[in-house]
Design a binder for this molecule. Structure first.
Ligand SMILES: NC(=O)C1=CN([C@@H]2O[C@H](COP(=O)(O)OP(=O)(O)OC[C@H]3O[C@@H](n4cnc5c(N)ncnc54)[C@H](OP(=O)(O)O)[C@@H]3O)[C@@H](O)[C@H]2O)[C@@H](O)CC1
Ligand SMILES: Nc1ncnc2c1ncn2[C@@H]1O[C@H](COP(=O)(O)OP(=O)(O)O)[C@@H](O)[C@H]1O
Ligand SMILES: [K+]
Length: 556
């Protein structure tokens, strides 16, 4: 699992180490330089004697440092010094008159070049670079010579050290001009002439704690982050700009130490589950299990207008390993479901989790589905006297409009951004789809606060917010999963996962969020497995679930 901590927590955890004289910046920079060298060597890999690839030489590789005024720029400068000593050609582009003194001295001492960038009024987007002489000796005597060109555009690797966790708002000033110029000058992704971009701690200009992208940001191929991941690296939309990750352990004690850690309620702000987390938590049936202990999923989905949604949600529930799936709905739709999945029963009876709403029409005749879903939701929420114990429920698509009471956390809403915006508007918030997409965490949290339910917000990355202190952010799915019916599959899959742990989730509703995040991971992995690297159909994603779960369980 990747745990992300807000900037303030990282700073607080750094303090005792800095006070004790631990050279955090040097450590961070050394590790950063090592990652840069390894990435470059792999990019320059050459055929080896046995036919495989061996890492190439990095000597002479051109490294451009984009350096801002703070310690983030200091990290870049120190890393540049390490790289210069290993024979790389390092140029620092200073985006501020004052930069980290120690870092600058180290780079000069190592023979790096230093160039002051003058964005000037109206100079953007082609920031002008002027060279500062005396680089090798670092003896000063800064005479400027016009060097021209866009800072970093011709390099093999660019280190983005403009701002880190000290950033406030969108990138501004010379740093913003440098990034804007580079965004215009860089060859397209995939072009071998495009430099490898390594973000120092975070891609400069992203919302470190909230994942927003308020202004220009240079998309990274790799983000090397220090001490712990930051929420913005996991959250959309910023997570799409981070590239591959690397977390450098600086020995920070973010959750406190010893008894203090046990006693404190300090939790990461955002978590991303990994395969092994999901594998470990997956309920594997044992000899004492039978279909009822494994969990019965009740599906209220599909109408004459959208019968396929019922087939997709039910198929996913079956193929994810439900003990049993009970379908409720119009006879004709039930017949289609049973034709596709003969395991499904249409007789009534107890269920351990509900899946409500896929395939309801926006308005008009619903073949009684809304009434069925309303009754199931009330029973699931524990609001229907005599209906038995409450159970988890997935409220998707058309059922989202039925929430007329406050929900317990074991009810999981699964809207996409448009549906979440509509839900919030119905409660008086002035928000549209674009606003939700610009700040998914904020609006998912708002929906949780307004409804009480756990909220899984779908999209290119999935955000989950529930009653616990930690949000989840998963980015496991290929873009090919953006296809009609994929959400119905997710709803059925999540229904099965909740049914298997029904009593536990009702007793500890904060666990619903982790299970929902795990469902997003499995959904994404199944999409990849269904057709690696190519288009997928929703039913094929459901079909890939058994193999996906088996592959995950093999990791235990
Ligand atoms: N503590 C340690 O020893 C360790 C720290 N580490 C490193 O330090 C980094 C944090 O360093 P930091 O605190 O100096 O802040 P940093 O991110 O460089 O930015 C502040 C500067 O940027 C400016 N600025 C702000 N917003 C801006 C904007 N939107 N657009 C443009 N400029 C903007 C701001 O200007 P001001 O707002 O003051 O005018 C100020 O000059 C951290 O991410 C990690 O890399 C590691 O080495 C591990 C050890
Ligand atoms: N760009 C994307 N990359 C990866 N997954 C995506 C992307 N866009 C959407 N998805 C996923 O595809 C599914 C689409 O669900 P939804 O919008 O409800 O479709 P439908 O209602 O047609 O089933 C969600 O699980 C969502 O997270
Ligand atoms: K940065």
């Amino acid at each position: 699992m990747i745990e992300a901590w807000p900037a303030a927590d990282v700073r607080a955890a750094e303090e005792p180490l800095l006070a004790a004289g631990v050279p955090l910046m040097e450590r961070a920079a050394f590790a950063l330089a090592a990652v840069v060298r390894r990435d470059l060597a792999r990019r320059r890999a050459v055929p080896g004697p046995d036919g495989g690839l061996v890492e190439g030489s990095v000597r002479g590789a051109r490294v451009a440092l984009l350096v801002g005024a703070g310690n983030n720029g200091g990290d870049a400068l120190h890393a540049g010094a390490f790289l210069a000593r290993r024979g790389l050609a390092v140029t620092a582009y200073l985006a501020d008159e004052r930069v980290h003194d120690g870092g600058l001295a180290a780079l000069r001492g190592a023979g790096g070049r230093v160039v002051v960038v003058d964005a000037g009024a109206g100079a953007a987007p082609s920031a002008v670079a002027t060279e500062v002489a005396g680089g090798a000796g670092g003896a000063g005597g800064a005479s400027a010579a016009g060097a021209g060109g866009t800072a970093g555009a011709g390099a093999d690797v660019v280190l983005d050290g403009l701002v880190g966790i000290g950033a406030r708002g969108p990138l501004r000033g010379t740093g913003a001009a440098v990034v804007a110029a580079l965004l215009e000058a860089l060859p397209e992704p995939g072009d071998p002439a495009r430099p490898w971009v390594v973000a120092v701690d975070v891609p400069s200009g992203v919302g470190v704690d909230d994942g927003t992208v308020p202004g220009p940001v240079l998309p990274a191929d790799r983000t090397v982050t220090f001490g712990a991941a930051k929420p913005g690296l996991l959250l959309p939309p910023a997570t799409h700009l981070t590239g591959a990750g690397a977390v450098i352990d600086l020995g920070l004690e973010l959750a406190g130490t010893g008894a203090q850690a046990a006693a404190s309620a300090r939790r990461p702000a955002v978590v991303r589950l990994e395969d092994t987390d999901v594998a470990r938590a997956w309920p594997v049936p044992g000899p004492a299990d039978h279909k009822y202990t494994r969990g019965v999923v009740g599906v209220v989905a599909g109408t004459a207008t959208y019968p396929g949604a019922a087939v997709l949600a039910s198929s996913a529930a079956v193929r994810a390993g439900a003990g049993m799936v009970r379908y409720q709905g119009p006879d004709a739709v039930g017949q289609a479901v049973v034709a596709a999945r003969p395991e499904v029963v249409t007789a009534g009876g107890r269920v351990q989790a509900w899946v409500l709403g896929p395939g309801f029409p926006a308005e008009g005749d619903d073949d009684g589905q809304r009434d069925r879903a309303r009754a199931a939701l009330a029973a699931a929420s524990g609001l229907l006297p005599g209906a038995g114990a409450p159970v988890p429920a997935v409220v998707d698509a058309g059922a989202l409009a039925l929430l007329d009471h406050r929900c317990p956390g074991w009810v999981v809403l699964t809207p996409h951004a448009g549906e979440l915006a509509a839900l919030l508007r119905s409660r008086g918030d002035d928000v549209d789809r674009a606003a939700v997409e610009a700040h998914p965490l904020r609006w998912a949290r708002r929906a949780h606060e307004l409804t009480g339910a756990t909220v899984l917000l779908k999209g290119g990355a999935t955000v989950v917010v529930g009653p616990g202190p930690t949000a989840y952010a998963q980015a496991d799915a290929p873009g090919w999963l953006a296809t009609a019916g994929a959400g119905d599959v997710l709803a059925g899959l999540l229904g099965t996962m909740l049914a298997a742990r029904s009593a536990e989730v009702v007793a500890h509703p904060e666990r619903a969020a982790e299970i929902a995040a795990a469902a997003a991971l499995v959904h994404g992995r199944a999409a990849e497995r269904a057709n690696p690297g190519g288009p997928v159909a929703a039913l094929d994603v459901a079909g890939a679930l058994p193999g996906t779960v088996a592959a995950l369980l093999a990791l235990r």
